[in-house]
Structure formats: structure tokens, C-alpha cells
Write a protein of this length. Structure first.
Lengths: 365, 275
């Protein structure tokens, strides 16, 4: 079932948590709401669920398919909601948690207790927790609790599944596993899902499309690929990965910043360039176009690439470069090595002032 | 490094002092009550307990407690629900107001009620015109008892409900549960031990309240005398055995309350390990 939002905004007292937003999510889509804390993503999710009410303005509409749910109570919206901290009923067994939604149905539409039992067992089988049916939530690990919470949310076969930072409280490995599993489940059962996250990797990996938000506003809605390749603005660019900054003054096609010089095809004036770590090459000598002397201050060789931290007098904040293991060995990099950075490409967002659009790219929720 | 109490002499001294103080201030008076009550044998004790006026006092005391508890229960749950589940202007003031019955001396509370609801009082004169008498009758005793005991349940519930948050209730509502079902199947099971604990405290205070009740009751023997008032009267009449017989009943209720409370705490501690 598709979700369509029209002019949905939210004030808490006098502060605007959400600017009026339009958003269309197609049936069967898995969409990530990505943004730093305080960007309004959870508020938006809770409004869609009906746990929070949107500002009451004339045009405000929430549609599930053709059904207008704007003024419908949460319990009548037929959504599944998964909470960050699971919110399992602590005094009920796993079985009773999953069965809850079925047992509170009005008597005439409620399935028989035998039917409930077989449905709950099927759900527990799906989340691979059959053997835990009689445990209490406190006796389960975080990952298991979140799986119970998913099974509980799916018990009523909702048209729409909403997840609020579903994997935020779990450790990296479990998170990876659950992500894959959710994607699989989504493809199999084909419901429409919307999930909130502050983890860009999670959003890009899991979503069909990502909605990037900041300060109660949608910055960009696109596929992960488009988002990464063509960020709409500086905020999106900075939020979706590590960024190195180069600030200086351009004169006659050369940007100068202390000892650093870089040939650029730009008009004279102050300029700020942004560079991704993997777009930096490290070389023993400067080139004709780039003279950016740096000193290695830290090296992390874990993973497919080697992460190198660089400092220089002309740099405000250290730079981060990623080089291949082959280059790392060829260059004999150690802490204290002096060499030159050579940008393969750079980005600029000249129309936006920094103060406006650059909250810290890391978010803690 | 040595902490205070690590030395064997210091430790013995501290523990010894605690034991002596406990014995002197808690155990000895308790023993004394029962010793005095049975000072002239069990027959005299029994005669005093089954005395017409004592029975009436017991009856009135239990009657007041039985009426007070449900009122405080409903009030406490509603109030705790209100201040922990909703944000509204005046919420903090309300939370402070809950403590007034604790902060104010019960005698003052009694006097205020007398001033308001007495025959010449502001509301009392109107009530008197409609032939309703609150003061110097059981409804007055009930009113001040409720006033004095109303914070107990709320005070037990508020910190717990604050700590638990409303996530489980939100989960229940997304699963389609109606409000009453959510309360019955999600909220109530999570707070039931604190609730029982609050009720036990309410009961203890309702049974034992003296100050506020003594102002509004008029202490008419056999009619508006509660057990603590009756006890005081007997004592003033130099009927020591009678007074201590009543005192032993109150002490017995207190002991039962403590046992119930300890039992609940033990259960709660056990439930944390095996829910």
C-alpha cells in the first residue's frame, strides 16, 4: 500500500520540528529516513503512525493507498510499528507478545485461539525464535528482542511497516545480520516499509530510496546511488560520507592556502572545496597542478583500504585519505612520513554558506 | 586503603550501637505494648477488646480504611497516569501539590476541614442548610483520612511509571488495543506491585491516623471514635490495660502490614531475576 503525505508539518510549542513536507512512497517500497538527531525524521515517522498528530492545517493529508488516514486513530491505521528499544511487554512471554495484537481484536473478528496459536508459531518460525516462545523479554538478547518485536508488528499483517531506528541499539554484527534479514523479509512479504536511521551506511544499503532530512526539512529524496553521485546540496554531500575541506583564495586559476597550491578552473575570490577520502591520491612529490604537502599522523590498515590521517600547517582540520594496500606498501607509509596529496577530483557548493547547511556529519541519537 | 568499619573494633562498635538503638527504640516499645495489654491476664485483655466501645471503634476504623483505599487507589492511578503520560502546563505544580498532605501537619489539615465544612464554615453552612452533616460524623473522618493518605499510591507509582515510559502502551495501541485493554493488560501488570505497596501504606496510615481525625471526629464514644482516638480516651481514663489492648490491635495491624510489605519486596526482588 502506498503512502502519500501532503503538507505534513509539526510544531512543538513554538519550535518547528517539521516544515510542511510532501512525500510519496510507492507500494512495496523500502524507504529510509536518514538524518542527524533533531532532523525531524522520528517525528515524521510517528506522525505517519498516528502516535503524533501533525499540525492541523487545511491541506495536511496522509493517505495509505486511497484511504485518507489523516484523522484516523493509531489503532485503526493498520500499521506495524517497531520501536528502537523494542518496547516488548515485559511481563508477557515471547508468545504472548506476538499474540497480543490478535488477542485484542474485537470478539467477532478475532481468530480462534487455535488459529492464533498456529499463526504465532508461524511468525516465530519466521523470526527463528520458536524455541524461545515461553521465555520473557528480559531473558533474550537485544537482537532476539528486536526480532520478537518485528514478529509482533507483523502479526496483524499490516499494509505499512514503520521502524524507528530498528537496529540502533544493537552491535555491528547483529545489525548487519538483521538488516539483511529485514530486506529479505520485505521482499518476500511485500509490505511497504519506512525506517528511520542516523546511520548513512544502513540507509544506503537497505533502502530502495532514501529521504535525507535535516532541521525538519527534506534535503533530498533519491536512490542510494543517485544520492551518492549527485548530492543535491552540501548537507547531503557531507552527511553521506567523510569529507575533507580545502579553503583558500583563487587567483589566476590557482587556489592558495598557506604553502598549499592547487590549480583550479575557477574565478578569482575565496573558495572552499570538498574532497572525498578516496578521491585523494598520495604521492612522494608534488605535481604540476597540485602542491599539497602533508604529514601522516595516523594509519588504520584494517579493511579493504588503508585509512590515512593527514595534517599540515595550512589545514584547519586533519584530512582523511584512503589508499589501496598496494599503494600503502609502495609508499612505505609510517607515522611522520611527509608526502603530497593529489586530488583526483573535488566538489564545491558555492551558493551555500557553511553555517547554514553543515551540522556535524556524525549523529548520535 | 582502610575504610571506616574495616577495623574489627569499629565494626563491633557500630553494629552494637545499631542493635542497642533498634532494641531500645523499636523492639522494647513493641514488647511493652503487648506486655501491658496482657498485664492482667488474657481474660481482661479479651474483655477490653470485646468491649462494646472498642468493637465500635474497630468497626469504624476498618470501615474508614475500606472506603479510603479504593478512593486513593483510583485517585493515585489517575494522577500518576496524568503526570507521567501527558505534558501540559501546570504539570510540575500538580506534582508538587501531591506532596501537600505530607508536608502539612495532619492537625492543620483537620482544622482546615473543620473551617470549611463545619456547621459555621464556608461550605459547611450551605451543607447544613441542606441537612448534610460532615463534621463530627463518619463522612468527616473519611474526608480527612483521604486527604492524609491520598499521596501514597501516586508517590509509589509516579517514579516507576516515569522510569518505564510509555513505549509499551504505544506498542499496544499500534497493535489495535483499545484504551481500557491497554490499561488492564499492559499498564496494570507493570505497576501492580508498586500499586499493592501503595495500598498497604495507605491502609497503614488510614488505620493509624490520629491528628486530623481527632479534630473532625468529635470523639463520640461508640459513634465517631476510631481506634487511635478510643485508645487515647482509655488512656486518659487511666484504663491502662484497655488502652494497651487497643494499642496492641493497632500494633498487630502494623506488623501484618510490614510482613505484607516485606513479602511484596521479596517477590519484586525475585521477579527481577525470574520475571
Amino acid at each position: 500500500m502506498s503512502i502519500r503525505l501532503h503538507e505534513i508539518g509539526k510544531h512543538f510549542g513554538r519550535t518547528q520540528a517539521l516544515e510542511p513536507i510532501d512525500l510519496d512512497i510507492a507500494e512495496g517500497e523500502l524507504v529510509g529516513l536518514l538524518g542527524p538527531s533533531g532532523s525531524g525524521k522520528t517525528t515524521l515517522l510517528r506522525i505517519i503512525a498516528g502516535l503524533e498528530t501533525a499540525d492541523n492545517v487545511a491541506g495536511a493529508r496522509i493517505l495509505f493507498g486511497e484511504r485518507d488516514v489523516t484523522h484516523l486513530h493509531v489503532r485503526d491505521r493498520r500499521i506495524g510499528f517497531v520501536f528502537q528499544h523494542y518496547a516488548l511487554f515485559r511481563h508477557m512471554t515471547v508468545f504472548d507478545n506476538v499474540a497480543f495484537g490478535l488477542t485484542v481484536m474485537p470478539r467477532k473478528s478475532r481468530p480462534s485461539s487455535g488459529e492464533i496459536r498456529s499463526r504465532v508459531h508461524r511468525l516465530l518460525e519466521m523470526v527463528k525464535l520458536e524455541h524461545m516462545a515461553h521465555r520473557y523479554p528480559a531473558q533474550l538478547s537485544g537482537g532476539q528482542q528486536q526480532r520478537v518485536s518485528l514478529a509482533r508488528a507483523l502479526a496483524l499483517r499490516p499494509d505499512v511497516l514503520l521502524l524507528d531506528e530498528p537496529f540502533g541499539a544493537l552491535d555491528a554484527k547483529v545489525r548487519q545480520e538483521l538488516r539483511r534479514w529485514l530486506r529479505h523479509l520485505h521482499d518476500e512479504l511485500n509490505f511497504t516499509s519506512l525506517f528511520v536511521t542516523h546511520d548513512q551506511e544502513e540507509a544506503l544499503e537497505l533502502s530502495d530510496r532514501v529521504v535525507v532530512m535535516s532541521n525538519g526539512r527534506i534535503e533530498q529524496i533519491d536512490t542510494p546511488d543517485e544520492l551518492y553521485r549527485h548530492p543535491a546540496n552540501r548537507f547531503v554531500f557531507e552527511f553521506l560520507g567523510d569529507v575533507n575541506h580545502l579553503e583558500g583564495t583563487v587567483r589566476d586559476g590557482v587556489l592558495t592556502c598557506g604553502d598549499a597550491r592547487l590549480a583550479v578552473d575557477l574565478a578569482d575570490g575565496p573558495e572552499e572545496l570538498l574532497l572525498r577520502p578516496h578521491e585523494l591520491e598520495l604521492a612522494p612529490s608534488a605535481t604540476q597542478h597540485a602542491h599539497l604537502p602533508v604529514c601522516v599522523t595516523a594509519i588504520s590498515p584494517v579493511g579493504a583500504e588503508v585509512r590515512v590521517e593527514l595534517e599540515a600547517d595550512w589545514l584547519g582540520e586533519p584530512w582523511l585519505a584512503t589508499v589501496s594496500h598496494a599503494d600503502y606498501e609502495r609508499l612505505h607509509l609510517t607515522r611522520g612520513t611527509r608526502l603530497y596529496a593529489v586530488p583526483r577530483r573535488w566538489h564545491r557548493f558555492p551558493d551555500e554558506r557553511r553555517e547554514q547547511a553543515a551540522p556535524l556529519p556524525v549523529a548520535v541519537s | 586503603m582502610q575504610r571506616i568499619g574495616d577495623g574489627i573494633a569499629v565494626r563491633r562498635l557500630l553494629i552494637g550501637a545499631a542493635v542497642v538503638l533498634a532494641a531500645l527504640f523499636l523492639l522494647l516499645p513493641l514488647v511493652a505494648i503487648f506486655a501491658q495489654a496482657f498485664a492482667r491476664g488474657i481474660d481482661v485483655f479479651w474483655a477490653n477488646v470485646t468491649n462494646h466501645y472498642t468493637l465500635a471503634a474497630i468497626q469504624l476504623t476498618l470501615f474508614i480504611a475500606v472506603l479510603t483505599i479504593p478512593v486513593c487507589l483510583v485517585f493515585g492511578v489517575a494522577l500518576a497516569w496524568l503526570v507521567t503520560r501527558f505534558r501540559f502546563p501546570g504539570r510540575r505544580i500538580l506534582q508538587t501539590l501531591i506532596d501537600i498532605p505530607f508536608a502539612v501537619s495532619p492537625v492543620v489539615a483537620g482544622l482546615v476541614y473543620l473551617l470549611l465544612y463545619g456547621r459555621t464554615g464556608w461550605l459547611g453552612s450551605w451543607l447544613d442548610g441542606h441537612d448534610i452533616q460532615l463534621m463530627f460524623a463518619w463522612p468527616g473522618i473519611l474526608l480527612v483520612t483521604i486527604f492524609v493518605t491520598c499521596p501514597f499510591v501516586a508517590r509509589e507509582l509516579i517514579p516507576l511509571m516515569q522510569a518505564q515510559g510509555s513505549r509499551e502502551e504505544e506498542a499496544a495501541v499500534t497493535l489495535g488495543a483499545p484504551g481500557w485493554t491497554i490499561f488492564r493488560r499492559v499498564t496494570l501488570p507493570n505497576i501492580r506491585w508498586a500499586l499493592l505497596y501503595g495500598v498497604i501504606l495507605t491502609n497503614a496510615r488510614a488505620v493509624g491516623e490520629f491528628g486530623a481525625v481527632s479534630v473532625v471526629s468529635g470523639a463520640i464514644r461508640g459513634q465517631t471514635n476510631t481506634l487511635p482516638l478510643h485508645l487515647e480516651q482509655l488512656y486518659q481514663d487511666y484504663n491502662t490495660v484497655g488502652a494497651f489492648a487497643s494499642a496492641s490491635l493497632l500494633a498487630l495491624i502494623a506488623l501484618l502490614t510490614l510482613v505484607a510489605k516485606a513479602g511484596l519486596e521479596w517477590r519484586a526482588a525475585r521477579r527481577e531475576v525470574h520475571p
